[in-house]
Ligand binder design. Structure first.
Ligand SMILES: N[C@@H](CCC(=O)N[C@@H](CS)C(=O)NCC(=O)O)C(=O)O
Length: 217
């Protein structure tokens, strides 16, 4: 059954790989599933046809036969459940890998998104200079804890899993901020993730769409 995902026609990041279709592409590449991409404009994302697939008018969506999904956590969980390579066989190890998926999206991603919002959308506000260090320190708090847990390991719990795929995807947003480099083992973890052939293919595929296009605003 063919898989169709949606992605930005023109990504706001100009192809830096931060749009969330990249993580879905990466999961599909890890498990060796081919997929097609339907590009959507910001306007089309808010129209009824897309809202029927994604109630919040966002990308990515995932279609496979008569199944339509949204939310990258759910999409990647679905991919990992149906194809070998992203979740361990052992029931307890599998439950722990799923825990890391939730930790990435519920515990680590929120302060990182808050920082992105503070930097990109609030820098002209009179209170921005005072608020920014507070937001940065909330990110540091989480990174410090994550760094302590990862220690010298390659991945969060044994072999690479969907938990690592989501955690690395979330941390990638910090690369340009310099904050990640304050935690050398996390910077190495992200570099190790980016070096995976599946990630490289996913990154190249989204870049091919956005290269040469002005970033959307
Ligand atoms: N929690 C959602 C977030 C989806 C999301 O924020 N998508 C962004 C692109 S990465 C988007 O479509 N932004 C445009 C908008 O919200 O209008 C997920 O993980 O799928």
């Amino acid at each position: 059954m063919s898989i169709i995902i949606t992605a930005f026609e023109r990504s706001p990041d100009g192809g830096a790989g931060l749009a969330r279709d990249t993580r879905v592409r990466w999961a599909l590449e890890e498990v060796g599933q081919p997929y097609e991409v339907r590009l959507v404009s910001f306007r089309a994302m808010k129209e009824p046809a897309h809202l029927a697939l994604h109630p919040f008018g966002q990308i990515p969506t995932y279609e496979e036969g008569d199944l339509a999904l949204f939310e990258t956590g759910a999409v990647i969980f679905h991919i990992a459940e149906r194809h070998a390579g992203l979740l361990p066989e052992n029931a307890n190890a599998r439950a722990r890998a799923i825990t890391w998926m939730f930790a990435a999206l519920n515990t680590v991603e929120p302060p990182i998104l808050e920082l992105a919002t503070a930097r990109l959308l609030e820098s002209d506000k009179p209170w921005s200079k005072q608020r920014l260090p507070l937001v940065e320190n909330r990110v540091r708090d989480r990174l410090k804890q994550l760094s302590a847990r990862l220690g010298g390991a390659d991945w969060l719990d044994g072999g690479f899993s969907a938990g690592d795929l989501l955690m690395a995807s979330v941390l990638l947003r910090l690369k340009s901020s310099g904050i990640l480099d304050e935690y050398p083992n996390l910077a190495a973890y992200v570099a190790r993730s980016e070096a995976r052939p599946a990630y490289k293919r996913a990154f190249a595929a989204q870049l091919a769409i956005n290269a040469g296009k002005a970033p959307a605003d």
